[in-house]
Write a protein that binds this ligand. Structure first.
Ligand code: PEP
Ligand code: MN
Length: 362
């Protein structure tokens, strides 16, 4: 195949149409494997970048740790032969320099690197002043400030062609997911950086291939800017993450069936109807707050009464009874009982705070 272009510019994330699509194997295994994935994806669905890891952060030694520098050669050949931008993980300043030497200007910072400000800073310094596109994955654990901090390190160095990548959060809890999505965290990141594209990585959230489509659709429903999905020509034989990778055929089918929703509807009718419903929500929320205020007034009276009569603030039996009866009422009214439980836990916490304050200020 003839080279169309020697070295591609870094992808300009803000110029891409949404959803931005990144796909490719967890790990680069051979040039043939990369070519196979790249051509099967390029034919039937658009991808903006081919992803492939060459330095693989593995939990335990003696597992496949990536092909290393040799893979950079394959990636840069694919990039120029197919005119298809590639993106790979860099975990050290040296990785970053090597990637640049090979004309790889799109890189991602892995979840295990984002947790370490020293490593991130070293990579920032290696990339400063270069034409690069950097995707910053969320840290392994649910620490939004750490995620924000890594992004800010790049911004501070003038590297603004950035995206966040939501790959879920490790947890001890038993869950159907490999990494809990905790959608409120990427939503909060978006609130803090309204202009930052946030791309979802359904593969590392799901951990199994059959959960990938649901997570991908949910990400688009939440108006995320794109998807990074692991695709392997023969997932079962993959040297890393075999359970979660899709075949090119499944990937192409998934992309064809995803529903892309309007972030900002243009139809005046839709805008007006949404406005009307939002006005109703505003009213309900006002009522909700004044109802809570009445509850807290009674809480204060009870607190005062307990204080005067030397009764302890926490009454475990009563608290159990509240939890059970409110969850039951919620279920009866077709509400999610777990939500009601969480809500009352929060309300009870605040009640306890108010009542203990009465004791300590008297
Ligand atoms: C990957 O994308 O292959 C990877 C290692 O991801 P993460 O850093 O999210 O675990
Ligand atoms: Mn992987």
């Amino acid at each position: 195949m003839q080279a169309k272009q020697k070295s591609l510019e870094a992808i300009a994330l803000n110029n891409l149409e949404k959803p931005i699509l990144l796909a490719g194997p967890c790990s680069a295994e051979s040039k043939e494997q990369l070519l196979q994935v790249a051509t099967s994806l390029q034919n039937s669905s658009t991808i903006n970048m081919l992803r492939a890891g060459i330095w693989k952060p593995r939990t335990r030694p003696n597992s496949f740790e990536g092909v290393g520098e040799e893979g950079l050669k394959w990636l840069s050949e694919i990039q120029s032969e197919l005119n298809l931008p590639v993106v790979t993980e860099v975990a050290t300043a040296q990785h970053a320099q090597k990637a640049l030497e090979h004309g790889i200007k799109n890189v991602w910072i892995g979840a295990r690197t984002t947790v370490n400000p020293f490593s991130v800073q070293e990579i920032v310094e290696a990339l400063t002043g270069e034409d690069v596109c950097v995707l910053v994955k969320n840290p392994i654990h649910a620490d939004i400030d750490l995620w924000q901090g890594s992004i800010e390190r790049f911004m501070k160095a003038g590297i603004t062609n950035l995206a966040g990548v939501h790959r879920g959060f490790s947890s001890f809890l038993n869950s159907e997911y490999r990494n809990l999505p905790m959608w409120n965290i990427p939503i909060e990141l978006q609130r803090r950086f309204p202009e930052l594209p946030i791309i979802c990585d359904p593969s590392h959230i799901a951990g199994v291939n059959n959960l990938v489509p649901t997570v991908a659709q949910k990400a688009l429903d939440l108006n995320m800017a794109g998807l990074m999905i692991e695709v392997h020509p023969n997932p079962k034989e993959a040297l890393s993450d075999p359970e979660q990778q899709l075949t090119p055929k499944d990937y192409n089918e998934l992309i064809a069936t995803l529903v892309i929703r309007d972030a900002k509807p243009e139809s005046q009718l839709i805008i007006n109807q949404l406005e009307e419903l939002r006005a109703q929500i505003d009213k309900v929320d006002e009522d909700l707050i004044s109802t809570l205020l009445s509850r807290m007034d009674v809480i204060r009276q009870i607190g005062q009464y307990k204080h005067n009569n030397n009764v302890s603030v926490l009454q475990l039996e009563r608290w159990n009874e509240i939890l059970t009866s409110r969850s039951e009422l919620g279920s009866k009214l077709n509400m999610d009982d777990k939500f009601i439980k969480r809500l009352f836990e929060l309300i009870h916490q605040e009640s306890i705070r108010i009542q203990t304050n009465i004791n300590s200020t008297k």
